[in-house]
Design a protein around this ligand. Structure first.
Ligand code: DQA
Length: 144
């Protein structure tokens, strides 16, 4: 069975209570439940993890090297972490960048993603459904 790594970045453990008007009202556990459910339907396994620190995210990316793909929401690190960008590039598995909010419709600093160039694509602004769409893409990507 193919495994897709799902990596949530900093502050996403606070979903549910953190700016629900921007990020929605579901908790991370509820979103993870939806990811697990979709993964079962797609007959893949989702290895879901959340980290607040940059180093732990980098370790998680390295340990995803054997996975069929990666769904990653690096939170604020998206906008400036060259180290996370380099880690994604180094593992050479297809990655999809996901953001709950539309990073292009908020503060100017959020519209820059340093990881976008090393990802297959970016899903931004579709809330928790973005994770499921990314999973669907990666589950199908190996079949093309
Ligand atoms: C986010 C957008 C980032 O700008 C922000 O720092 C986050 C969440 C999103 O999912 O919309 O923590 O990645």
């Amino acid at each position: 069975m193919r495994t897709i790594a799902v990596i949530h970045g900093p502050n996403l453990n606070l979903l549910g209570s953190r700016n629900p008007d921007v990020y929605g009202s579901l908790t991370m556990e509820q979103i993870n439940g939806k990811i697990d459910c979709r993964a079962k339907e797609l007959k893949i396994s989702a290895r879901i993890r959340q980290f607040n620190s940059e180093g732990e995210i980098i370790d998680a990316i390295h340990s995803s090297a054997g996975c069929a793909g990666m769904v990653i929401n690096p939170g604020a690190y998206t906008h400036y972490s060259i180290a996370i960008r380099d880690a994604i590039e180094a593992v050479q598995i297809p990655a999809v960048e996901v953001h709950l909010s539309n990073i292009h419709a908020r503060e100017q600093f959020r519209s820059t993603s340093v990881i976008a160039p090393v990802c297959k694509g970016q899903i931004s602004g579709l809330g928790w459904r973005g994770y499921l769409l990314a999973l669907e893409y990666l589950a199908a990507a190996g079949d093309e």
